[in-house]
Design a protein around this ligand. Structure first.
Ligand SMILES: [Zn+2]
Length: 266
């Protein structure tokens, strides 16, 4: 397989500082990728465009999904309050993350934030965001996603917690907890070893693997691996995610470890 040469990997912090350690993730990339490409961290990607914040706020609000069972075909006209909420988020006045977005529309909004002289294929733009996004699936509803890989790639801290399914027992117990009016936090605590939580210190090591998926997408067009012990495994369950990212004895399967080593030498 012929892998693309890369010039630079750029990590954007869209309200994820405090949830993940970006410096640690950048250092991890430097260790895995070698001296070239360079790795850069950028803050709020909307900062260079604050004069256009109302325009971007409208686009973000229009990417919102209101009903996960109804496919959004054409763009909806957002309400004034929804646009205001997005503008506050762009300006860093709120870090709230209760809204669902269409993943591909969100990707298109983020794509507009990439400076025109940095749109070459050797540049890898990865937006780390706390926004939760969904994509339409074969079962005719939207499902939350951890990431969408493309130009740019976007990875959601909230998605890492919410998108892969928790163990089946969790959902059964959750119903019981709700019926009995018990505290759901206690349930989350019970499943800590098998599920990621918000403000979980494991989000940083987990994010390293997802950033590597984005890098492999840029290198080869394929971010995923079938091997359940490889960081490129596309986990659909929390337990699979925890195994692939944290518990597997090796970071990458032999094939991907060799691909990476061979590419680094070039
Ligand atoms: Zn692999």
């Amino acid at each position: 397989m012929r892998l693309r040469q890369l010039e630079k990997v750029i990590l954007y912090d869209e309200n994820v500082a405090g949830m993940v350690n970006l410096e640690e993730i950048a250092d991890y990339l430097r260790e895995k990728l070698g001296a070239v490409p360079s790795v850069e961290i950028r803050g709020n990607p909307f900062n260079p465009y604050l004069a256009r914040s109302a325009d971007f706020a409208r686009k973000l609000a229009a990417a919102k999904i209101h009903d996960v069972t109804r496919r959004m075909i054409s763009e909806t006209v957002p309400l004034y309050g929804e646009i205001q909420y997005e503008e506050r988020k762009i300006l860093g006045k709120t870090r709230a993350f209760g809204v669902l977005y269409d993943g591909f529309r969100l990707l298109r909004v983020f794509a507009e934030l990439i400076p025109p002289d940095e749109r070459g294929l050797g540049l890898v733009h990865i937006f780390l965001t706390n926004r939760l996004f969904v994509t339409w699936a074969e079962d005719q509803r939207y499902h939350a996603r951890t990431s969408v890989y493309g130009l740019p790639s976007i990875i959601s801290t909230t998605g890492l917690v919410e998108a892969p399914a928790k163990p089946r027992e969790y959902y059964l117990l959750k119903q019981q907890y709700e019926m009995l009016g018990k505290d759901i936090l206690e349930l989350n605590e019970r499943f800590k070893g098998r599920c990621l939580g918000c403000e979980d210190s494991r989000l940083t090591p987990v994010m390293k693997g997802y950033v590597m998926q984005a890098v492999f997408y840029a290198l080869s067009g394929d971010p995923f691996c079938q091997d359940k012990g490889c960081k490129l495994y596309n986990a659909h369950w929390q337990e699979e995610l925890i195994f692939a990212q944290l518990e597997s004895h090796s970071e990458f399967c032999q094939r991907h470890a060799e691909l990476l080593a061979g590419w680094r030498q070039n």
